[in-house]
Design a protein around this ligand. Structure first.
Ligand code: BGC
Length: 344
């Protein structure tokens, strides 16, 4: 594995950021920046052996600080997805958060982990990023020490291991917001997607869970057999697609432990991305909000890429039946996700 490091501009606070690239023997690579823990680029081979970009990205830390990029590639925390009412109660104390999505909090609040400069070190084929979130940052109690290890393998698998510890009880839900497009088309409408989930999270008009886990049977978001994304999104028998203008759906994954949960396939390039995780959920968001600039003068339009954000279900801290996102002092928050690339 070759490691290259180069300057990648500055954070809004003027801190210099780096771009770190891991390249395997086959010439495939993953690039990361310690500004926001972003996945900047993933270059993998197609069925003919051609190297190509499969991850939406930007050219500099300054671009990653923009607000119009839909959290592209960022490490999301302290709490991924939505928290209803931008507040929660813990041990009798009310904690007020920043409402950055209507009345609700999305992806960590005003200045989430995707907008922080992370310390980092390279260890073999891994980049280990560290960030300490102060007590009451964005309204969350407890100093949270976070470590995210990105590992790229000779067979083109990108593994992300998350570790967090706190000094006071708090809530944590970390994920990565990379958008993938496995081919040369400007959108992912020709891709097929399989997700191993019998149920999805029912949400209201603000994309807040109602508490009901709905069966996918008979709905257009039944992905238990691979489905072409453009075709299923055209189906009009679905209120959740209409409200969200595409996939913005939290899937309740079958099974437990580390397991393969999703497979994205681009028939043109032959590229396949499988997603494995130990998490209970994945938010599938088809990038319908995109209308922004990207790397090398690229313009990203609606559906330019799809995010498969492994996580605990949205608003778990208000939905005890979903599980728990509580982290106590002395405990370790630990979770892993693997995006593995092949072509056939
Ligand atoms: C959310 C979407 C949101 C998007 C912003 C996704 O993770 O589920 O509702 O619009 O992030 O980029």
């Amino acid at each position: 594995m070759r490691v290259d490091i180069r300057p990648f501009g500055q954070s809004p606070a003027g801190e210099p950021a780096d771009l770190i690239t891991l390249t395997n023997e086959r010439g495939e690579s993953v690039s990361l920046t310690n500004y926001g823990g972003h996945i900047v680029s993933v270059m993998v081979r197609d069925r003919r052996g051609n190297l190509g970009e499969v991850c939406l990205g930007q050219d500099s830390a300054e671009d990653y600080a923009r607000r119009d990029i839909g959290y592209m590639g960022g490490t999301i925390g302290r709490y991924g997805n939505r928290i209803s009412g931008a507040a929660f109660t813990l041990n009798g104390e009310e904690y007020a958060l920043y409402a950055n999505d209507g009345r609700n909090t999305l992806h960590g609040g005003q200045e989430g982990f995707n907008r922080k400069l992370w310390a980092y070190e390279v260890a073999g084929n891994s980049v280990i990023m560290r960030y300490t979130s102060p007590d009451m940052e964005e309204g969350f109690p407890g100093e949270l020490s976070v470590e995210v290890r990105f590992t790229f393998s000779e067979d083109a698998a990108l593994r992300i291991d998350y570790l967090a510890r706190t000094d006071k009880e708090t809530h944590v839900n970390l994920t990565n917001h990379a958008y993938f497009n496995l081919g040369d088309s400007p959108d992912i409408l020709g891709h097929t997607l399989w997700v191993d989930a019998d149920r999805v999270i029912e949400v209201d008009g603000e994309l807040i869970p109602t508490g009901i886990l709905m069966s996918v049977a008979g709905t257009p978001y039944d992905l238990r057999q691979p489905q072409p994304l453009g075709k299923v999104m055209q189906r009009e028998d679905n209120a959740m697609f209409t409200a969200a203008k595409g996939f913005d759906i939290g899937y309740v994954l079958n099974g437990g432990g580390m397991r393969q949960i999703a497979r994205l396939h681009d028939p043109d390039s032959g590229r396949v991305m499988t997603v494995s995780t130990d998490q209970p959920g994945v938010q599938c968001y088809s990038g319908q909000g995109f209308n922004c600039g990207g790397r090398a003068g690229h313009h990203y339009c609606a559906y330019a890429g799809i995010a498969l954000e492994t996580q605990q279900h949205p608003d778990t801290l208000h939905q005890p039946s979903f599980g728990t996102t509580l982290l106590r002092p002395g405990q370790e928050y630990k979770t892993s996700t693997i995006y593995a690339f092949t072509a056939k």
